[in-house]
Design a binder for this molecule. Structure first.
Ligand code: APR
Ligand code: ZN
Ligand code: ZN
Length: 377
């Protein structure tokens, strides 16, 4: 450490030059961190659907060319002026939902959606409105305040947390998005109670993490719903007690679930991102108290619908971002929980690839063959 401080770093990054094109491994320049910014050497990163979705040109806020990636872990290389609480060598995880501790969202115990840098983050820029990345003389946009598909990245200090240095980067990188989101959806957003019945729609990384949360909360029955039966075996390891494949029934899946549970579920979770299954998940809830949580991200412009009667008769429709976790406070605790062996992470990793094989990782995600592919630099 030390010899690169204050200097521009040349390193490898996967650049998304334009939508619908494979990423291209390039040598890029990463400028030193400015006021309240930190430059991080990324050690491991994973591919999440939001990266793929943006690359497919489906995210209206996606800007090109950019450096994607938001599930990552690494080491602080250098800190900019005014940064407190971090020093070179710290092990860290970038946070796409920051925690400034000052905005009205941070001050409320009811939410985690810090708004401090929302505008510039959505524009793919650092909080001062500029970028730290250049490639071939061209400025590159940041992504979700993280841009972990680069060997070095720069993030706002409110978008980073320090974690236990004994934890393996290739596992804890998953806590940057999918796993934390699903786990928190069960424990924070739904607040599942012991003895309850739960149904989880979609058994990818998010759904498996929901199952882990439901199990921890003491749920009695956890029903996994997926059209791909290959997903059932792993879901069992996470705590799923029963499985339903909607394509095997004539009846709508909500009716199948209501029959299976004597009137409906206490909690349902939509981890697919499909507005039809969002409706089915709500309608599969028990009259009077059932709660349904939307976690999956639907395509731009999609709308959800149901009969108001469903809500009037006591079902609740909720949604969650990053599982409701106040990010800076919570992610280090989730890392500790992993080290204490009370949170599973290893089981989510289907493939490990060198960073330069990132396009193969995207193919594995699209084909449904992987829960998560972890890339190492
Ligand atoms: N009914 C039931 N299951 C379905 C259906 C359907 N109509 N359509 C897809 N699935 C299943 C898939 O077979 C897959 O197992 O949903 C699962 C989704 O898992 P992944 O694609 O691995 O997604 P994951 O990473 O878990 O994320 C889920 O959350 O973060 C968001 O954008 C992300 O919307 C996505 C969702
Ligand atoms: Zn805030
Ligand atoms: Zn994600």
């Amino acid at each position: 450490m030390g010899d690169t401080t204050g200097k521009v770093i040349q390193c490898k990054a996967a650049v998304a030059w334009e939508a619908k094109k494979p990423l291209s491994i390039e040598d890029i320049e990463v400028a030193p961190p400015k006021e309240n910014e930190i430059r991080v050497k990324i050690i491991a990163t994973a591919i999440c659907h939001t990266d793929a979705y943006t690359l497919d040109g489906l995210d209206p806020e996606g800007s090109f060319p950019c450096v994607l990636g938001h599930e990552g872990a690494g080491i602080v290389e250098s800190v900019g002026p005014s940064v407190q609480g971090f020093q070179p060598g710290d092990h860290v995880i970038p946070l796409y939902i920051p925690q400034c501790g000052e905005c009205k969202f941070c001050l409320s115990p009811k939410t985690n959606v810090c708004s401090k840098i929302r505008l510039t983050q959505g524009q793919g820029k650092m909080p001062d409105g500029t970028s730290r990345f250049t490639c071939k003389g061209q400025s590159l946009y940041h992504f979700m305040g993280c841009s972990t598909f680069s060997e070095y990245t720069v993030v706002a200090d409110i978008s980073l947390c320090k974690v236990d240095p004994t934890a393996a980067f290739d596992k804890i990188c998953l806590l940057g998005c999918g796993v934390s989101t699903g786990f928190g959806a069960a424990l924070n957003t739904a607040n599942v109670d012991s003895g309850s019945t739960c149904a989880v729609f979609g058994l990818g990384a998010v759904g498996l993490a929901v199952i882990m949360g439901c199990k921890e909360a003491g749920a009695q029955r956890i029903i996994g719903v997926d059209i791909n039966e290959n997903k059932f075996e792993l879901a069992k390891i996470f705590g799923c007690t029963e499985f339903v494949n909607p394509t095997k029934f004539e009846k709508p899946i909500q009716e199948v679930l209501i029959d299976l549970t004597d009137g409906g579920l206490d909690y349902t979770f939509e981890c697919i991102g499909n507005v039809k299954t969002m409706r089915a998940a709500l309608e599969a809830c028990h009259k009077g108290w059932g709660v349904s949580v939307i976690i999956g991200v639907a395509s731009a412009g999609q709308e959800i619908s149901t009969r108001p009667f469903q809500l009037v008769t006591g079902r609740t429709w909720k949604g969650t971002a990053f599982g409701g976790w106040k990010s800076k406070d919570s992610v280090p605790r989730l890392v500790s929980k992993y080290l204490d062996k009370s949170l599973m992470l290893d089981e989510f990793v289907s493939y490990k690839l060198p960073f330069t094989s990132i396009n193969e990782g995207f193919e594995l995600l699209h084909s449904g063959k992987s829960i998560r592919t972890v890339l190492e630099y």
